[in-house]
Design a protein around this ligand. Sequence first.
Ligand code: SAH
Length: 221
Amino acid sequence: MSTSLEDNYRHKGLRKQLVDLLRTKGITDEAVLNAINEVPRHVFLDSSFVELAYQDKAFPIGSGQTISQPNTVAFQTQLLKVEKGMKVLEIGTGSGYQACVLAALGAKVFSIERQRNLFFKTKEILEQLPFKVKTFLGDGYEGLPTYQPFDRIIITAGAPSIPEALVKQMKVGGIMVIPMDNAEGDGQTMLRVTKMDDGSLKKEEFGDFKFVPMLKEIGND
Ligand code: SAH
């Protein structure tokens, strides 16, 4: 894969247009839109896809995985209500794009990827970018016991249920955004889960999405 880290005026112009498009699609949080404007999405794709990097589309990133559609990244990020300095755990590093958007918001980002090749490929790209993201090869179902508790948790793969270990690693008042498999088995419903003072979970639903599945254990598949 050849990736170009150059971020020229054309890229910046295309990014501005993407931000305007996301506004028309209902993204209203200015901090989130600024973060999208700041992160060069084309560096996460093979250089032959530069033309397409700023369209509102998901894309293959190798190893059978995809970089989420910008509108989905913006939507999940907006639901997460990130504030500067918060500890945010991401499950499913993938390309690293979502993680950088969170870092651009001033979050301390911890991101787990289970797919070995993707983990190493993305780590290399992230090391060359100014966004502070700590990456981990591991199984997102287990979270990161060493670094808990987290203010926010974002899952970027379709989950069959709310992982218990992740609820435990979330602060009281903390928020988890999780695309949860629907009963029909043809996609996910976006859930925002808030951990209340008494430990109970408040759940809110935000529409239908399609994600690659959240799988168990580290793998080379
Ligand atoms: N956030 C990514 C989107 C990645 S797609 C981006 O911005 O590009 C979902 C990712 O979740 C895939 O890379 C997949 O390998 C990973 N994944 C699936 N199950 C996982 C698990 N149990 N733990 C960690 N990562 C997982």
